[in-house]
Design a protein. Structure first.
Length: 147
């Protein structure tokens, strides 16, 4: 598993496999967040199976499936709430890790902890594409302004 560390307590990666749950537990992860909708790709680990594997490894599990551009503010809020409620390290995953990273970045932007420029630079330094997230933010801000 190729993980990208976003903060001291949050990492993201592509789709997890069966063996990754034991490795995450050994690394001290207390919560896995799956941002991938079930059935998105053939042979993808279903959320129910991932939840079982997480529980077997002693890790909490949340399934918050999202797909850009259909992400909602509620999706972002659920992701951020899961992070805040976690009592330790969190690992989020999706197909490539980008969706999970973008949910976190959008939370940082919406809660005023990052500017667009900061988010773009942060993402670029880690090889994370943010175009979809920034486009979502543009639409969200336009709707909020009544445009």
């Amino acid at each position: 598993m190729k993980a990208i560390r976003l903060t001291e307590t949050l990492s993201v990666s592509p789709q997890l496999e069966h063996q990754d749950f034991a490795a995450l537990a050994e690394a001290g992860v207390c919560l896995v967040i799956n941002n991938r909708p079930d059935g998105e790709a053939p042979h993808q680990l279903p959320a129910a199976e991932a939840a079982r594997l997480a529980a077997s490894a002693g890790i909490g599990y949340r399934h918050i499936p999202v797909a850009f551009p259909a992400v909602t503010r509620a999706d972002i809020d659920a992701f951020c709430a899961a992070l805040r409620a976690a009592d330790g390290a969190v690992h989020a995953h999706c197909r490539s890790g980008t969706r999970s990273a973008n949910l976190w970045l959008l939370g940082e932007l919406l809660e005023g902890r990052m500017t667009r420029e900061d988010a773009a630079a942060f993402a670029a330094a880690r090889g994370i594409a943010v175009r979809d997230a920034l486009a979502w933010l543009d639409r969200y801000e336009a709707e909020a302004a009544g445009e």
